[in-house]
Design a protein around this ligand. Structure first.
Ligand code: ATP
Length: 270
């Protein structure tokens, strides 16, 4: 591809939704969790999936990651259906994503450096020396320069989250997915993680999709959001969370977003 066609592609992709969830119904067997979800995540968004406990936020993330197939509907990346793509195309699409789960999910028998090197070993042809360079760079981006040889059991919870983030950005992903990134962190570490997510998103140019209950994160860093309602089993809010807090026609959404800035997952939410 020439630079000109590259830039033409980039220019057109800047206009389009990076991710589109279209008429999505999610179910476990016969049990429908959410139906008729329709929303778009624009390129460069920090998009938050919100809602009360058990409404289906993690289930939606798993659908977006292709770990669960939709009961109905489709999920498109840059206009291409993930749901209908063949296995090779799905694999290629997956390689452009970075994921961090609530637990961090680092491999405990491997050092932080080895953990971060895994995707590079799997998906690139880099030499050992090149991988070592990328690993130290990615660890330094999350403030863990020099911690290559430490094991997960030897670092704090906040450092583990940052190491997991470092692994997620190893391949410069187009989309970064987070499930409760700051779960279990104190408020200061949690804010630092938020700042880091924004910095990394800007330096890598990723789109971010995250599940979070943290109002501080939602208001500080989210650019767009969707609210899933467990009772009606569909989305009842879609937009900038500050706008939804002040103007949503749905009382449940306004209540969720005005719980108090220090609310945590344990607080009662609708
Ligand atoms: N593998 C599964 N099989 C059957 N039901 C499931 C499965 N995983 C989740 N569920 C059910 O689907 C519903 C949505 O679960 P999910 O974990 O997506 O909600 P959530 O909004 O992420 O919840 P929380 O905020 O508490 O983490 C819940 O009722 C849950 O019990």
């Amino acid at each position: 591809m020439t630079a000109a066609s590259d830039s033409a592609k980039l220019a057109s992709s800047a206009q389009e939704a990076h991710i589109e969830v279209r008429d999505l119904t999610m179910a476990y067997g016969a049990r429908v969790i959410q139906r008729e979800l329709n929303f778009k995540v624009n390129r460069g968004d920090i998009f938050v999936i919100m809602g009360g406990s058990g409404c289906g936020k993690s289930t939606l993330l798993k659908h977006m990651l292709g770990l669960i197939s939709p009961a109905q509907g489709d999920i498109l990346y840059a206009g291409r259906s993930f749901t209908q793509a063949d296995a090779a195309t799905r694999d290629a699409m997956r390689q452009s994503w970075g994921v961090t789960y609530q637990s961090g999910a680092l491999i405990s028998s491997m050092s932080l450096g080895e953990n971060v090197s895994l995707p590079l070993q799997l998906y690139t042809n880099y030499s050992r020396a090149e991988i070592a360079d990328v690993v130290s760079y990615k660890l330094s981006l999350v403030g863990l320069g020099g911690y290559e040889s430490y094991y997960p059991s030897e670092v704090s919870g906040g450092m583990l989250k940052r190491a997991a983030l470092s692994r997620a950005i190893a391949l410069d992903p187009e989309v970064l997915f987070f499930d409760e990134p700051s779960a279990g962190l104190d408020p200061i570490s949690s804010r630092m993680l938020d700042e880091l997510i924004v910095e990394l998103k800007e330096s890598i140019g990723s789109t971010v999709v995250m599940v979070t209950h943290e109002l501080a994160s939602i208001f500080d860093i989210a650019t767009n959001s969707v609210y899933l309602d467990a009772n009606s089993k569909t989305m009842i809010g879609y937009g900038d969370p500050k706008y939804l807090r002040d103007h949503s026609e749905q009382a449940i959404v306004r209540q969720f977003l005005t719980r108090g800035i220090n609310a945590t997952k344990g607080d009662s939410v609708p």
